[in-house]
Write a protein that binds this ligand. Structure first.
Ligand code: DP6
Length: 317
């Protein structure tokens, strides 16, 4: 018997960075995110004599997974059975393309499916949180909100809500990142003098962005997206030691996008705990935008995605 699940990465327009409780893995700042189609984590789980986790054919150290698997066993009444987990991402892993969001959502879904219990989406979202805060969100498709202090994400608008909405992922580096989000956000909390203001000013940005999204208003949403990621990076740059995920090409892309906006593009970038730049823009601008970016910052790989469905799960013999 095998449980399987497929989840897309959850890319935040408004960022979660910092925890209100490390023990519960609840966020200090609320996030607004989109679940992406086409990019996927596919995970299978089966009972075994002991735990094992293989991601993209690489056996993983269990330290990052054991507390999560223990919690799943407890919540799903699986006793002390071992779990053999095999997962593949069809996009760069741990490089700031949100693979931990899709990975832990798919892992929670696969083990829940294996257990045979039919869990509600709020329950799955809360289970996925124990693996990664951002993994609460892609349990739902389309646009999602994970509020400050909350234990699960909530659906905001489904994947059909804004048919013209696209994300262009500019892959600056393919390798895994040096510092995980978990370590980075804790370091920001403990050492950045700006962390407190980041947390205090986040609710207003989130509330305004939710409004702007409801109206599908690029002109209002875009500057809020930019404000959220740059304020978040303010806490990273000012941490001790500083966290600098950006690479020269990341900065070149940020400048290129500002120039392109001045020429009329509605293309608004964001970044996460890695060097990649992700650009939100209308579908009819994608082709020319990628050509312009490629001309100004040559040699990068570009992926395009649209809002996608939430977690899918099943069981097979
Ligand atoms: C910058 O969800 O990876 O991508 O809960 O510690 O596993 P943990 O952190 P994680 O952090 C995501 C941070 C972010 C912003 C976001 O996705 O909201």
């Amino acid at each position: 018997m095998t449980g399987w699940a497929v989840a897309g990465p959850s890319l935040a327009l408004i960022k979660y960075w910092g925890k209100s409780s490390s023990a519960d893995n609840t966020p200090a700042t609320g996030s607004l995110a989109v679940t992406l189609a086409g990019l996927e984590s596919r995970t299978e789980a089966a009972f075994d004599t002991r735990d094992s986790v293989v991601v993209n054919d690489e056996p993983q150290p269990l330290a990052r997974f054991t507390p999560f698997l223990d919690n799943l066993r407890r919540e799903l009444s699986l006793g002390d059975q071992g779990l053999a987990v095999v997962s593949t991402n069809n996009f760069p892993t741990a490089a700031g393309l949100a693979s931990s969001s899709s990975g832990f959502a798919a892992l929670a879904g696969a083990v829940a499916a294996l257990s045979g219990s039919s869990l509600s989406r709020p329950r799955l979202s809360a289970l996925a949180r124990q693996g990664s805060g951002s993994a609460t969100r892609p349990v739902y498709g389309g646009f999602t909100v994970f509020d400050a202090g909350a234990t699960a994400a909530e659906p905001e608008h489904d994947e059909a809500f804004w048919p013209e909405f696209r994300v262009v992922l500019c892959v600056v580096r393919e390798g895994a990142k040096a510092t995980s989000s978990r370590t980075g956000m804790e370091s920001s909390r403990l050492t950045s003098p700006y962390y407190g203001r980041w947390v205090e000013t986040s609710p207003e940005v989130l509330a305004e962005a939710r409004q702007a999204l409801t109206h599908r208003d690029w002109g209002r949403l875009g500057p809020l997206v930019r404000q959220s990621y740059l304020r978040m990076f303010g806490t990273m740059f000012s941490a001790e030691p500083p966290l600098i995920y950006w690479q020269p090409e990341s900065v070149a892309l940020i400048h290129a996008l500002a120039e392109l906006r001045a020429e009329g593009y509605q293309a608004w970038e964001t970044m996460d705990a890695g060097p990649q730049v992700k650009v939100f823009c209308p579908a009819d601008q994608v082709r020319k935008l990628v050509a312009e970016l490629d001309r100004r910052v040559p040699g990068l790989r570009y992926l395009t995605a649209e809002p996608g469905p939430g977690l899918r799960t099943g069981r097979k013999e």
